[in-house]
Design a binder for this molecule. Sequence first.
Ligand SMILES: Nc1ncnc2c1ncn2[C@@H]1O[C@H](COP(=O)(O)OP(=O)(O)OP(=O)(O)O)[C@@H](O)[C@H]1O
Ligand SMILES: [Mg+2]
Length: 456
Amino acid sequence: MAADRHAVIWTRAGVAPVKMGHLTVTDRQCRFTYEPDYLETGLPGLSVLYPTGFVGNNTLVWERTPYFDFQPQIQSLIPPASESNFQRRLILSYLEQQGRQPAPGFDSDWAILMMSGHGGIGHLDIFEDDSKASAWYNDAIPTPFFQVSDKFGLSLKEFLTWLDDDADSVLEALGPTPSVGGAIPKLLLSIPASGWDGRVALPRRQLSDDRTDIILKLEKETYPGIAALEALALEVHKEAGFETPRYWLTDINGIPAIAIERFDRTAHGKPIFTETLYSVMASGDRRITNHYSGTYDDIGRAFDRSPIPLVSHPAQSKQHLLKRLLLSFVTGNGDLHLENLSLRQFGDQIGFSPVYDPTPMRAYRKHDLMVSMSFGDYGAFGKGDSVINFSEALLHFSKNLGITRQTLRSTIETVLPLGEEFVHRMNQIESVPVENRKHLESTCRQMEQKLKLAVG
Ligand SMILES: Nc1ncnc2c1ncn2[C@@H]1O[C@H](COP(=O)(O)OP(=O)(O)OP(=O)(O)O)[C@@H](O)[C@H]1O
Ligand SMILES: [Mg+2]
């Protein structure tokens, strides 16, 4: 039996940093209670499914599972436990520098959460105690910009091949940076408000107009051209009418990279509530244990049926989901999983966040999956012995979303030329090896044919 652990949650989502509540983790449960004063602020709660008005003074009790030691929104602040996870290694090396070597598993997760569970994606800042929170917020003078190439040098390139020793120089340059989940090396930074010019600083901790917060994603050697592909996919999504963040393609000492503006910060740097669908769905359903659990139909169903509204306009959000899925088909992105879809709250409205990570992963054989979750019972047995084909599944899916055949048809018709354009422009990206381009082209064309068949 282990001793209970305690932490506090604060947020900068209001006029000044304010304590949201406190957390107690026992060997079986993670318990969260809002501060009575916080309930009066009208600020966003811990998660879409745990709004202050609903939870009130009650303690939210989360029974720990092998998948979630914490409420999923909190769990998402901890980079997943995998040997090669860049953020995790970064933080663990930093702790080691300070003479701390937490045991693998929950001890490490907890140390990482206390160390980097603030200033990350979204509006939650987690600290060991209130004095740590105050110290962090008080030490909020914007850091000066530095030229990225000066400090990163060769060492970052080496770090990308996961060499241990190089963590030091990265840490020296950046200090303990807050973390995001995922496998591709990413850093949260800020850049001048006017856009990327090669200078970076640590993310904002306070309001300031001279800079904007970004995620810097560095290209791994195993995915040649991925930064340019992500940029193109963002362009195509923008043309499709989706909101997309500003981005800049760049090169850091020979490593291609993409800097993407964060949509969870206002122009002044105030956090905006955001939550991935993985976190939302897992908060509501214990069967969701990874980011591809469940189906796209389940998402639509949750929008319609959740007793606590997940989105302000369910019909609109379901159309967004359908169009995103269709566009993912024709842009070779089989990676539209629950962590690549997020909700965001703006004022009193909540709906899908701007598009992020629409990367055409099918360009790389290892990720050549048509779709990460099922839709419309695709591939299942239908009537008699027949298997539900792509066209039937699309029809089922849109029916489940309450979308008419007519709208399905017109959405497919909107998406098809965008797929054409994507393929055309993708073929001009020289950093993607010819073989990958060819493969991606034929993949997208196949999907186009399937969609054409579906509209007959
Ligand atoms: N522009 C953005 N603004 C705010 N949050 C973002 C933004 N882009 C990504 N995020 C958050 O950061 C997380 C990780 O980013 P992203 O999905 O782009 O990279 P990744 O997960 O490493 O990619 P992959 O899943 O393909 O390995 C996302 O799940 C999302 O919560
Ligand atoms: Mg992702």
